[in-house]
Design a protein around this ligand. Structure first.
Ligand SMILES: Nc1ncnc2c1ncn2[C@@H]1O[C@H](COP(=O)(O)OP(=O)(O)O)[C@@H](O)[C@H]1O
Ligand SMILES: [Mg+2]
Length: 280
C-alpha cells in the first residue's frame, strides 16, 4: 500500500533555484490496483513517482510504502527500493552494467550470481519482456537500440519482481508491435496481482488498461477516481477535452448522433459493432 499524506516537493529549497513542483498530495493506492497518471509535461508526474520509490524525499508531508517512511528511517530506503521497481523515461539512465545478463541479473541475490536459478530467471524475464535472442546476453546494453534497451530495463525489473511496478511513459518511442507487447506484460502483471502505476500521454491506452486515474495539474492532484469517470469529467472541461480518449469521444458521438448506447473502451470494438449494424 502506498500512502501520500499531504506530500509535497520543492527542488533546491532555500536557494535561488527553489521550485515547488508538488503540493498537498493526498493519496492511497492499495495493493493490486492499476493506476494511470496523466497531466501536461512539467506538471510533476515523474517527481511524484520519484517520491514513491524514495529516490527523492518529500519536503512537505509524508510518503509511506507499506508503512515504511524513508524520510523518518534511512534504513527503510533499501526496503522501499526492493518493493518498488521503476522503469524511467530514459532507459539509458537506469542501465549501467556492461552486459545484458549482468544488467537483468543485477537485482537478484548477488551471492548466487551465476547459478542455474539466476540464469533461468534472467532468460524468463527477457522472454516476458519480448527479447528472445539468447545471443543478446553478452552484448553491452549501450550498443543496443533504444527500444531494445527499454525491453532490457523492463526485464531487469521483472527479474526481481517487486510488488509495485511503476512505468514512466513506457511506450513512448515504441512502434505498434512494441506497444502491444508492453500491454501484454501489463496483463500478466495484473494477473500476478502487482500494484501498477503507469504514466502515459496516450489517453486511449490509459482508458483501456487502467482502472483508476490520477490527473496532475501544476503539481496538484486535480482528479482521482475510476478511469472512465475521470475521463467523463475531463471531457466536460474546455482545457482538457482535447485530451480524452478517442473511444470516449466516439461514445458521445454515436450516442448524440445515432442514439446508439455503447460503453466499450476501444475504437476497434466500436468499428466492429457498427459494421455489424450496417451489415458490412
Ligand atoms: N532536479 C530538478 N531540479 C529542478 N527542477 C526540476 C528537477 N526535475 C524536474 N524539475 C522541474 O519540476 C517540474 C516537474 O517536472 P517532472 O516531475 O519531470 O514533470 P513531468 O514528469 O510531469 O513532465 C518541471 O517544471 C521540471 O522542470
Ligand atoms: Mg516526466
Amino acid at each position: 500500500m502506498i500512502r501520500l499524506l499531504n506530500a509535497g516537493l520543492t527542488y533546491n529549497a532555500g536557494n535561488l533555484y527553489e521550485k515547488k513542483v508538488l503540493s498537498d498530495i493526498n493519496l492511497e493506492i492499495g495493493d493490486n490496483e492499476t493506476v494511470g497518471i496523466i497531466g501536461e509535461s512539467g506538471c510533476g508526474k515523474t517527481s511524484l513517482i520519484k517520491l514513491i520509490n524514495a529516490l527523492l524525499l518529500p519536503t512537505q508531508g509524508r510518503v509511506l510504502v507499506d508503512g515504511l517512511d524513508a524520510k523518518a528511517d534511512k534504513r527503510a530506503l533499501a526496503e522501499i527500493r526492493k518493493k518498488v521497481g521503476v522503469l524511467f523515461q530514459l532507459s539509458e539512465e537506469q542501465v549501467f552494467e556492461e552486459s545484458v545478463f549482468r544488467e537483468v541479473a543485477f537485482g537478484l541475490s548477488s551471492g548466487a550470481a551465476d547459478s542455474a536459478d539466476v540464469r533461468k530467471k534472467v532468460s524468463a524475464s527477457l522472454e516476458m519482456a519480448g527479447v528472445k535472442d539468447a545471443a543478446i546476453l553478452d552484448r553491452n546494453p549501450f550498443t543496443l537500440s533504444s527500444g531494445m534497451l527499454k525491453k532490457i530495463a523492463i526485464a531487469s525489473i521483472i527479474a526481481y519482481d517487486p510488488m509495485i511496478y511503476i512505468f514512466d511513459e513506457p511506450t513512448t518511442g515504441l512502434d505498434r508491435a512494441g506497444r502491444d507487447a508492453f500491454w501484454e506484460i501489463i496483463k500478466v502483471l495484473k494477473e500476478k496481482k502487482r500494484t501498477l502505476l503507469i504514466i502515459s500521454h496516450n489517453m486511449d491506452d490509459i482508458y483501456l488498461h487502467t482502472e483508476r486515474l490520477l490527473v496532475l495539474e501544476k503539481g496538484r492532484l486535480l482528479e482521482d477516481g475510476p478511469t472512465p469517470e475521470v475521463f467523463e469529467t475531463l471531457s466536460t472541461r474546455k482545457d482538457f477535452c482535447e485530451n480524452v480518449p478517442d473511444a470516449l469521444r466516439l461514445r458521445h458521438y454515436v450516442r448524440d448522433n445515432f442514439k446508439i448506447s455503447w460503453d466499450g473502451k476501444s475504437v476497434r470494438e466500436l468499428a466492429a459493432l457498427l459494421s455489424g449494424r450496417v451489415g458490412i
